[in-house]
Design a protein around this ligand. Structure first.
Ligand code: SAM
Length: 203
């Protein structure tokens, strides 16, 4: 499948929500990946524990279609949601409903003039903190040091509602605790790259 490599998530066309709203059955635990791409991580989670609902937020519509097709083909409880997570997460997911949010290897946007496109900002952190239930987990990982530092800065500013499980301003040293890996994670490990991880719990 051919998809555009990158889209500018700050484009005006991404301000309005045009996707399908998530379908969340009463009582089901909910996990979200923001920037899920092909949702490999969520499909592996769903295969390991199909009792939960897995929502993948993604700004590239062809990938969302492919995720929903695969979910139907494989009968797994994964839903691709076409959305700009920074704008729409807390608009389409009920407050306090989510057990876990993953941010796996967001786009690095290396050029200085593109840095404002980086996904983890105050708006996304506020959205994540809003949808998470008390005790819910927020897991971030990246193989790009400056992306990880920017993300930690954004998360630590919300320390009134998010508690860093490694201590304030500290990275999580015990690896990925969830037993499944996204494509980017598999590539980073295969290439021997360092991976910086952060784990928070909603207060
Ligand atoms: C580098 S890929 C990582 C994919 C996957 N998480 C992994 O670890 O393999 C980042 C993805 O985030 C998506 N993305 C970027 N900004 C976004 C936003 N504001 N809302 C939703 N998705 C976004 C991109 O389109 C891209 O598919």
């Amino acid at each position: 499948m051919r998809t555009r490599q990158h889209v500018n998530p700050l484009g005006l066309s991404f301000e309005e929500f045009r996707g399908q709203r998530p379908r969340i059955p009463a009582g089901a635990a909910v996990e979200i990946e923001v920037g899920c791409a092909d949702a490999q991580f969520l499909f592996e989670r769903a295969a390991a524990d199909p009792s939960r609902v897995y929502l993948g937020f993604e700004v590239r519509d062809l990938l969302v279609d492919a995720v929903n097709q695969r979910a139907a083909d494989e009968g797994l409880p994964v839903q691709g949601i076409f959305a700009n997570a920074n704008h729409h997460l807390a608009r389409v997911v009920p407050a306090g409903r989510v057990d876990r949010v993953y941010v796996n290897f967001p786009d690095p946007w290396f050029k200085a003039r593109h840095r404002k496109r980086r996904m983890v900002d105050a708006a996304l952190v506020e959205g994540i903190a809003t949808v998470c239930r008390a005790g819910g987990e927020v897991f971030f990982q990246s193989d790009v040091w400056s992306v990880a530092l920017d993300a930690m800065d954004a998360f630590e500013r919300a320390d009134a509602v998010l508690e860093n499980q490694a201590g304030p301003w500290s990275f999580w040293k015990d690896g990925n605790p969830y037993g499944v890996r996204s494509w980017r994670e598999q590539n980073a490990e295969a290439e021997g790259l360092d991976i910086w991880r952060i784990l928070y719990r909603r207060r």
